[in-house]
Design a protein around this ligand. Structure first.
Ligand code: K7E
Ligand code: CUA
Length: 610
């Protein structure tokens, strides 16, 4: 007996089931989970490079996004014993005698206002420098000092065709630096805004010119773009000109400034010889040369200074305010034309606030930095609120807010400070990220958080730790970077390079000994070396490999010598034969099945043994 007609029931059910199943499939596809959005399967590559500054570690962290995987640390201002950065002669010279730096703001080179993937620059707040990393091999190639700049913090933001990198004083000092009483700060101290030119073929940096400024603390900067091309905008606090107890004394005024610099006009002034030379740099004094700098009043102790992708607006993050202030570039031009001034400082006109301000956007507490997407929205980090506010350009309304953990400093969107932001994600770089990871002692790892910005509401996707203190970061489409994977041996122009084992040799000149050595799987030639006590030995080692990722190391026992030599590369390292005895040396980078056999001996004979 059949109580139920199964066939009929199945027919009745099948249509709704099918619809339901398809619906579910569709919903899953459209609404990927956070895990799916950041998952990069084994063997697959990330879509973006994120370059995050390493703060006072003096390095740069390279992360893949969306996975958040740390790919590489690039040593810049600090030694790295694994690769010999700061140990071999070439990198020691680039580091210029310092072993630390405070790296805050990575800046990718730009062409027509968008990242071009050629170079990465970064400032050193501590010792007033800018470094250039070549993205062909991710190696620091050059470090330049900016004379007269005390604490180069507002740096090294690039102009739209990388004509210039900017720099500016955080800690005013006497210019030129000399011994004066600190109490004469107002009379004797100065800030400086610096422009460093970049050779468009080689990337080589030169101090182009500087502008003498009042002794304020210059904080962040951004170059004008599109309509505001030819200008650059520097936030500053401490217009009180305090030199002690800044926490209180530099927080008195309700408004400080964004300094608008017409760098095209400055170029003209330099051509006309309107400068004086201080410490070898051409310096323009705004008391003598007019029309170069203007002050835009900005509440309160502003931090970030960010220009919108269309170049029409300058956004000031009012650190001690609850708003970001938006200035209009056109309004600024009109106000300058009309002479709409409210006094001046050191010959620099202060524009009337009402004449330049377009909006005050009530984003929340402690606004610091602003980035942009491809849909006309801005994203502002809120340090005090520990949140990101999303707001609309043009209507100036806040449309969304998301908490971050905790105390966000900078944030970075994909190409988020260029003329062509790509949207998709914003990365929060949090300063005081308590308890986000397994505890490792009193100092908790800082944290970056990846947020999906493609929808109406921001969505938190991922947490990952960042080395030391991430200040700024920039995120670039990975297809724009095409690193070289080996150095072609036939193009190796190092004066100490040798191209085959039969050129290997030892040359003595007094107590200077030059060793021309090759490294190739799995031996060094020569590998038995005899020196005399007191010899200064220069090892010039060429890695003859042309296979990808076959790197050799060279480390000497009982010494500070270690370095890594990449395929096709020559490096020189100095070692002093201080004491008689036997010194093994070996390849420190695992390179082959016989890596462990890749070794040699140095014998140092005592002076009186002959
Ligand atoms: Cu940490 Cu750009 Cu030095 Cu802001 S800076 S937070
Ligand atoms: Cu060469 Cu290990």
């Amino acid at each position: 007996m059949r109580l139920i007609n199964c066939g009929k029931i199945m027919r009745l059910l099948s249509l709704p089931l099918l619809v339901g199943f398809l619906g579910l499939l569709f919903a899953c596809k459209g609404g990927q989970s956070p895990a799916e959005k950041v998952y990069v399967p084994p063997g697959k590559l990330d879509s973006y490079y994120a370059f995050l500054s390493g703060g006072h570690s003096g390095q740069i962290g390279v992360f893949g996004l969306p996975s958040g995987r740390l790919i590489k640390m690039i040593p810049v201002f600090a030694p790295d014993v694994a690769i010999g950065w700061g140990i071999d002669e070439g990198s020691k010279e680039i580091m210029g005698g310092y072993i630390w730096g405070d790296a805050h703001h990575p800046a990718l080179s730009e062409t027509n206002g968008d990242y071009d993937g050629r170079w990465l620059f970064i400032n050193d707040t501590a010792n007033g420098r800018i470094a250039r990393i070549d993205l062909k091999d991710f190696v620091t190639k050059e470090i330049i000092t900016l004379p007269n700049v005390g604490g180069n913090h507002a740096s090294p933001f690039v102009t739209p065709n990388t004509e210039y990198l900017v720099g500016a004083t955080r800690f005013s000092i006497p210019v030129p630096n000399r011994d004066v009483p600190i109490e004469t700060y107002k009379e004797n101290f100065n800030g400086v805004i610096a422009f460093v030119s970049v050779d468009k073929d080689t990337g080589h940096m030169e101090n182009a010119f500087q502008i003498l400024m009042p002794p304020f603390d210059y904080d962040l900067a951004d170059a004008g773009k599109r309509v505001s091309y030819g200008w650059a905008f520097f936030s500053c606090y401490n217009s009180e000109e305090a030199y002690k107890d800044l926490e209180v004394e530099a927080s008195q005024k309700d408004r400080d400034f964004i300094a608008a610099v017409n760098w095209k006009a400055a170029e003209e002034a330099i051509k006309e010889g309107k400068y004086k030379e201080i410490n070898g740099v051409k310096v323009i004094d705004p008391q003598e040369v007019k029309g170069i700098v203007y002050f835009l009043p900005t509440p309160k102790s502003p931090h970030g200074s960010d220009v919108t992708p269309d170049g029409k607006y300058i956004v000031g993050g009012g650190k001690l305010a609850a708003v970001v202030t938006v200035h209009g570039f056109e309004k600024m031009q009109e106000a300058i034309k009309k002479g709409d001034f409210d006094g001046e400082v050191m010959g620099i006109p202060i524009l009337k606030y009402e004449s330049v301000r377009v909006a005050e956007v009530p984003v929340g507490l402690g606004p610091l930095h602003t980035q942009f997407d491809d849909q006309g929205y801005a994203y502002t980090s809120l340090f005090v609120d520990s949140a990101i506010a999303k707001w609309k350009l043009g209507t100036w309304e806040v449309v969304d807010k998301i908490p971050v953990y905790y105390n966000i400093g900078h944030l970075a969107a994909i190409h988020g400070d260029t003329v062509k932001p790509r949207g998709k994600f914003v990365l929060a770089m949090n300063k005081i990220a308590k308890g986000r990871y397994l505890p490792v002692g009193p100092s908790h790892p800082e944290s970056a958080q990846l947020i999906d910005i493609s929808g109406k509401k921001m969505e938190m996707l991922l947490d990952f730790p960042t080395p030391v203190e991430p200040h700024y970061g920039q995120i670039i489409d990975a297809t724009l970077i095409k690193p070289e994977l080996v150095y072609p041996l036939d193009q190796n122009k190092d004066p100490y390079a040798i191209k085959s084992a039969d050129q290997a040799r030892v040359e003595r000149n007094g107590n200077r000994v030059d060793v021309y050595m090759i490294a190739i799987r799995s031996h060094f030639t020569p590998n038995i070396l005899k020196f005399e006590e007191g010899d200064n030995v220069y090892f010039h080692i060429t890695n003859l490999e042309q296979d990808v990722d076959i790197t050799h190391g060279f480390g000497i026992n009982f010494s500070n010598v270690d370095m890594q030599i990449e395929p096709g590369e020559t490096k020189t390292v100095k070692w002093v034969a201080e004491k008689p005895g036997i010194y093994p040396f070996y390849c420190t980078n695992f390179c082959s099945a016989l890596h462990q056999e890749m070794q040699g001996y140095i014998e140092v004979a005592s002076k009186n043994s002959k």
